[in-house]
Write a protein that binds this ligand. Structure first.
Ligand code: SAM
Length: 237
């Protein structure tokens, strides 16, 4: 197995999401004209976030706490789409991203929406964030990390989770894996942005090792958007 230097991998992702990746993903997460392929990704991402929002509201409702006391960590917030959704419901959000350009776009959106008082922005690596949050969200971030870094970051997010962890990962699919292996799927120069497929058993194992119960794993498929959305809960909370 290829040995991954986690610091170097994060640095490459930071450079990507602060440059070409910012252009690509901020267009997908915006509402301007995009290509057909990007439209499928936008549709899948919106569907995934809408489901995550429903789960977040259901569970926080069951916690019988005023929404403005619910603390959320949006790990790898990107342009802040989910942070804003939860802040609009009154929750207190800590939005973290390794790419300053992404974070600046998120802060701008929050300012336009009049939500800066509910969102704290932190530029940096999610693994460096301390504390515990009622809800931890990490969408379409772990899809960029191969094992064992994937497991390391997921474990850290689980440690930060007081009640519920929501995240996406790219499920292992043998045909896609074979194409990656042959090497014809992505041009070499773009490898650092490869989507990293992870087996469900390893996801479950990491969550269980950190005391979280898997409640639901829902596949979201829309053209080129293929992720599994996971809801994990800390028992008795
Ligand atoms: C594809 S975007 C997803 C953005 C957002 N979660 C969403 O779904 O709208 C991935 C984001 O993860 C961020 N990211 C990647 N690794 C990170 C890390 N270790 N710590 C913080 N942010 C990270 C990138 O900078 C990028 O903004």
């Amino acid at each position: 197995m290829e040995v991954i230097d986690s610091t170097q991998h994060k640095q490459q992702l930071q450079e990507y999401f602060n440059g070409a990746g910012f252009q690509r993903w901020s267009a997908i997460y915006g509402d301007g004209e995009v290509s057909r392929v990007r439209r499928t990704i936008r549709a899948g991402h919106s569907r995934m976030l809408a489901l995550a929002e429903t789960w977040a509201l259901d569970r926080t409702g069951q916690m019988s706490r005023p929404l403005d006391t619910v603390q959320v960590l949006d790990a790898g917030c990107g342009t802040g789409v989910f942070s804003l959704m939860l802040a609009q419901h009154g929750m207190q959000v800590t939005a973290v991203d390794i790419a300053p350009q992404m974070l600046a776009a998120a802060a701008k959106r929050a300012s336009v929406a009049g939500l800066t008082h509910r969102i704290t922005f932190i530029a940096g690596d999610v693994e460096q964030v301390g504390g515990t949050f009622d809800l931890v969200a990490c969408f379409d971030v772990l899809i960029h990390y191969p094992q064992p870094v994937f497991g390391q970051i997921l474990g850290r997010l689980a440690q930060r989770t007081g009640h519920m962890l929501l995240f996406t990962y790219a499920p292992y699919e043998p045909l896609l894996a074979a194409m990656h292996w042959i090497g014809g799927f992505f041009p070499h120069a773009h490898r650092r942005t490869d989507i990293q497929m992870i087996r469900e058993a390893s996801v479950r194992q990491t969550l269980e090792a950190h005391g979280l119960d898997v409640q639901q794993i829902v596949p979201i498929r829309s053209g080129f958007y293929h992720v599994n959305l996971v809801q994990a809960l800390r028992p008795d909370t």
